[in-house]
Design a protein around this ligand. Structure first.
Ligand code: FAQ
Length: 319
């Protein structure tokens, strides 16, 4: 068999495994483009978790009570853990942690657009939990069934924690909704600012999504960007009603025929500006990550030296 035929037959076998719902594991043969797409998506996801710690970390010292502080601290620590699971999953595809970090701090790798918006009030922490974690869960529950084993397994753990994050945010907002006029105003203002960016998290419309068609075939994605966005809107409108907030979209209306909510146009110009580095906080976020990378260098070096020493001692014992 010549090389071309050989690759073709490997690709056929690979696709039939995917079609039969068999998970792909790190040492299995996979098309280069599948590996590349996964590294891109998983690393973008890992970076999002790590950069996502920044807007919330901003409020840890200003949380209004000890109970709120403990919950927020736990949530931000969870995001760091999610980043670690995801970086580890990306590493199984043959890329190093150093390369991944380098791609983030040089701006070569993307992270979610949502984390380039500022958290201006305490209500924003509630809105981030409710809307941002809510959108993240919608996407991530689908990813627990993604075709790559290590990514799917990481997602199972992550989703459990994200559910707590979403509840934590919603509970903050319930308290505000039962509070003073000023607190209610703060709640509405946060929802007004976070609603549209949360809808943008699902990515461009299906017709403009470059990777969706192939990723759906490979079952990396199990639902399209627009399907997930619609699922999120349908679930969230009811929660907004319970909170007594108005979602900032005059075109949001139940469509009996479709069995879904209709909604207004998303500002895609704003989305691409943010994705391309020109959102309100892009520069600030990268600066903070770069600083953390530099200041943490000695910790990583010390940890690696310790690990090497231990491995050497173990090898000497065996010999
Ligand atoms: N932001 O062809 P598609 C969290 C890019 S949740 C920035 O549709 P794809 C939890 C895309 O990369 C947030 N860029 O792409 C948390 C591509 O550019 P490229 C993270 C975006 O991959 C909560 C181009 O546009 N979640 O962190 C965005 O098939 C609270 C064309 O797009 C994940 O990453 C965007 N929103 O579908 C943490 C989930 N959307 O790479 C802290 C995993 C698209 O060719 C606090 N990722 N782009 O240069 C996915 O499911 C997918 O990657 C999508 C995009 C759905 C995000």
């Amino acid at each position: 068999m010549d090389n071309h035929n050989n690759i073709h037959s490997l690709e056929m076998k690979f696709q039939s495994k995917i079609d039969a719902e068999v998970k792909i594991e790190p040492k299995d043969w996979m098309p280069e483009a599948y590996r590349k797409t996964l590294i891109r998506q998983i690393s973008q996801h890992a970076h999002s978790e790590i950069v996502g710690m920044l807007p919330e970390g901003n409020w840890i010292l200003r949380a209004p009570s000890l109970r709120r502080k403990v919950a927020l601290l736990a949530k931000v620590q969870d995001e760091a853990g999610h980043g670690l699971y995801l970086y580890s999953a990306a590493e199984t595809l043959g890329i190093s942690r150093e390369e991944l970090f380098e791609q983030l701090i040089t701006g070569k790798a993307k992270y979610s657009s949502i984390f380039n918006y500022p958290t201006l009030s305490w209500a924003d922490i509630g809105a981030v939990g409710w809307l941002v974690d809510g959108a993240a869960i919608m996407n991530q529950v689908m990813l627990t069934r993604t075709s790559y084993g290590p990514y799917a397994r990481a997602m199972v753990r992550i989703c459990k924690e994200e559910s707590f994050h979403q509840r934590q945010g919603y509970e903050i907002l319930i308290s505000l909704s039962r509070g003073t006029e000023e607190q209610k105003k703060m709640l509405q203002d946060a929802v007004d600012r976070w609603w549209w960016p949360a809808l943008m998290m699902f990515g461009p419309n299906d017709s403009a999504s470059t990777h969706s068609e192939q990723s759906l075939k490979w079952k990396i994605k199990r639902k399209s960007n627009d399907e997930l966005r619609q699922d999120f809107i349908d679930a969230t409108v009811l929660q907004a009603n319970y909170l007594g907030v108005k979602l900032p979209d005059p075109n949001l209306k139940w469509n009996e025929e479709r069995g879904h909510y209709d909604f207004g146009d998303i500002n895609w110009e704003e989305f691409w500006a943010v994705v391309n580095g020109n959102g309100p906080c892009n520069k600030l976020r990268l600066k903070a990550r770069k600083k953390a990378q530099e200041e943490g260098a000695w910790v990583r070096e010390a940890a690696m030296a310790h690990a090497e020493k231990r491995a050497k001692r173990k090898a000497e014992k065996v010999a």
